[in-house]
Write a protein that binds this ligand. Structure first.
Ligand code: NAP
Length: 294
């Protein structure tokens, strides 16, 4: 433990055991920063930390479930116990759920809100005042191209990313001239476990769109943050997707996304227990919700 005031700056990566978070931790460590890797799985965290140490970096691991009570307080305690302070916070823990909001399990959907929104917000708000007082550092929040439009059949995921982008961009503006940067990163599909755990890899939209490598997204995110950018959109396909999402009217965009994110065998959102195509989606059905807009 170091004397008070002697603590060293660290990059704290939430969701660092794999995927984009792990890749950002690798890039930050290569840049010379001690990194604190946070996620639930102790084993995968240990492997990620070993990779960083083998490459000459300094890594600490904290196994923590962000959905547990006072998890954010656990991050503070860990930093103090190791003579570190959070110079840069990277919020990369998050998950998606695909399916009709009316039929997906309520607890899982509220868990998504707790992780993608509440945990990210609490960590950001807890750690920002210290950054502002020191007039350095900042936050990298993982948004998504999904933050630019509502997303039928992944409704809560898209909405959570809309929150992340709005919150991050507003903070960026508020903190101009304080020496603190808040950057939102908005990638399209990235080749990580997210695509299978969310079920996104089973629908047409995610099959059509090209997948980026996590290392590429991480390099862009870190470089953009260091340059003080408000929003980082890695890759041409993500930029084009966002352009489309902002130019095409919702009356066209929402049925299109709904169609591309729905599977014919999905349970019907009306709760009948039958498949969508055999129920409300049947041709000529008076309950054909796929053509409703607004
Ligand atoms: N992959 C994509 O296509 C894509 C596209 C756009 C945006 N994003 C966003 O980018 C971020 C990272 O996604 P990814 O693709 O890297 O996903 P991923 O490969 O599934 O990694 C998610 C990370 O979050 C951790 N995590 C999950 N639940 C947690 C909890 N309750 N407490 C603590 N840690 C938890 C996981 O580790 P443990 O399981 O060990 O806890 C893992 O380290 C997410 O916010 C995602 O929405 C992803």
């Amino acid at each position: 433990m170091t004397a008070p005031g002697q603590d060293r700056p660290a990059v704290v990566v939430i969701g660092a055991s794999r995927g984009i978070g792990k890749a950002i931790a690798d890039v930050a460590a290569r840049d010379g920063a001690p990194v604190v890797l946070v996620a639930r799985s102790a084993e995968t965290l240990a492997t990620a930390a070993d990779d960083i140490r083998k490459a000459g970096g300094e890594a600490y691991t904290l196994s923590l479930d962000l959905l547990a009570e006072n998890a954010a307080g656990g991050v503070d305690d860990f930093l103090s116990a190791n003579g570190l302070f959070c110079d840069v916070l990277v919020n990369s823990a998050g998950f998606g759920l695909r399916g009709g909001a009316a039929v997906l399990p309520l607890e899982e959907q509220l868990g998504l809100v707790d992780l993608n929104i509440r945990a990210l917000t609490e960590l950001t708000l807890r750690l920002l005042p210290g950054m502002v007082a020191r007039r350095r550092g900042g936050v990298i929040n993982l948004g998504s191209v999904a933050s630019f439009t509502p997303g039928p059949y992944m409704a809560l995921y898209y909405a959570s990313k809309g929150f992340v982008r709005s919150f991050s961009e507003a903070l960026h503006q508020e903190l101009r001239r304080t020496g603190v940067t808040v950057t939102c990163v908005a990638p399209g599909p990235v080749a990580t476990e997210f695509l299978s755990t969310s079920g996104a890899n089973r629908v047409a939209l995610f099959k059509i769109l090209p997948k980026l490598e996590p290392g590429y997204v991480a390099e862009r995110a870190w470089r953009g943050f260091k340059a003080g950018r408000r929003l980082v959109i890695p890759g041409l396909s993500a930029k084009l997707t966002i352009l489309l999402a902002t130019l095409v009217p919702s009356a066209i965009m929402l049925p299109l996304i709904g169609r591309l994110q729905r599977r014919s065998k999905d349970p019907c959102p009306c709760g009948s227990g039958r498949s969508y195509t055999a129920c409300c989606g049947a041709r000529g059905s008076s309950r054909d919700i796929s053509t409703q807009s607004g």
